[in-house]
Design a protein around this ligand. Structure first.
Ligand SMILES: [Zn+2]
Length: 354
């Protein structure tokens, strides 16, 4: 369904299909395809002991004041490219030149269940850990593996000035940074510069993400968060994209000083206008679209969902992370339009209060 965050009235992507067309699309495939696995899970055993009071969390603090930068990996247990990069930083003994650097391996229980034979099964144990992030949910009496772990790392999140949450994608697509709904998130994302695709959005109806947590999503807050979608889950280049983005963030925040900065990259900024949620178990795209594809013509047929057609509601519509096998109630695709072509890579953020 449309979230109504920018489409013109009457331009919903969902329209009732012609009966004739309903008979022409093949039924959706039942099984997921086999995904290439070029990388293996890292050995995180050195970081799982109680370094700073919370297993799987490692802090390093400089004597010079500066921002508290938090990097989170494994919010989804099978997305371990980010964990490889955090493990690399720890093994290289990277230390902040100022402020504090916290590295968080989030859903360790799900990660421990990863198996190459069924790599998609360990995204979470009981519930999506990236749909529980507001204080009302976290203070509720309910328990789950993910809720309890979120509560365990909450004290770190509550002191973050800047947070980058490291993720990857199941389906093919261009790397991007999700900036959430705030100006501070957008500025943080454009400051990183690589990936240069920055998408502002309002999250998912199923629950708030870590970057949507009140500390970052309150427009009056000086703190900022963004979410990196660095490429395919188990592709080698996803690790390098993550490494590059993490180091760019640390440089811009002043925590890394030794490395030369690459030239600034103009960012392509977009805003999500519509969230298309599968309303039937028969949702199917007309072809296997890739994330980041731009559909030039308004009204282009994207998918069929039971009796409904999903069509682009405006020209030059970008498809954000299409889920080619969405279950009923899941996000199938987000539609985004260009916010600005103006280069923003010279903006800086990060001298936040500590
Ligand atoms: Zn993820």
């Amino acid at each position: 369904m449309s979230c109504g965050t920018g489409s013109r009235p009457g331009s919903s992507p969902r329209v009732r299909a012609r009966p004739k067309f309903l008979e022409t699309l093949p039924p959706p495939p039942q099984a997921l395809p086999t995904f290439a696995q070029e990388i293996a899970p890292p050995d995180l055993s050195p970081w799982l002991t109680d370094h700073c009071g919370i297993p799987g969390v490692v802090h390093h603090e400089a004597t010079r004041p500066g921002p508290h930068v938090v990097l989170t990996a494994l919010v989804h247990g099978n997305e371990f490219a980010g964990a490889i990069v955090l493990d690399r930083l720890l093994r290289e003994q990277v230390r902040p030149a100022c402020g504090r650097l916290s590295l968080v391996f989030a859903n360790l229980e799900a990660f421990a269940r990863f198996t190459p034979d069924n790599p998609v099964a360990s995204r979470f144990v009981e519930e999506d850990m990236n749909r529980v992030w507001n204080r009302q949910i976290l203070s509720s009496p309910r328990h789950s593996v993910e809720l309890d772990r979120a509560r365990a790392i909450q004290p770190v999140i509550e002191t973050a000035d800047i947070l980058m949450d490291l993720h990857s994608m199941l389906w093919p697509g261009a790397p991007l940074i999700l900036a959430g709904a705030t100006e501070s998130g957008r500025r943080l994302s454009t400051m990183i510069g690589d990936p240069s695709l920055v998408v502002s959005d309002h999250g998912h109806q199923a629950g708030p993400r870590l970057i949507d947590y009140e500390r970052f999503s309150d427009p009056a807050s000086p703190y900022a968060a963004c979410l990196l979608e660095a490429g395919a889950h188990w592709a080698a280049h996803t690790v390098e994209t993550t490494d590059s983005a993490v180091r760019a963030l640390l440089r811009h925040c002043g925590l890394l000083t030794a490395e030369a900065e690459p030239p600034a990259t103009p960012c392509h900024q977009l805003v999500v206008t519509d969230i298309v949620t599968a309303q039937t178990p028969c949702f199917r795209f007309v072809r296997p679209f890739q994330g980041g594809e731009v559909i030039r013509r308004r009204g282009t047929l994207l998918a069929q969902d039971g009796p409904d057609e999903i069509r682009t509601p405006y020209p030059d519509c970008m498809l954000v992370m299409p889920n080619l096998r969405p279950g009923r109630g899941q996000t199938a695709v987000r539609l985004a339009r260009t916010l600005s072509e103006r280069p923003q890579a010279t903006e800086r953020i990060g001298r936040q209060p500590v």
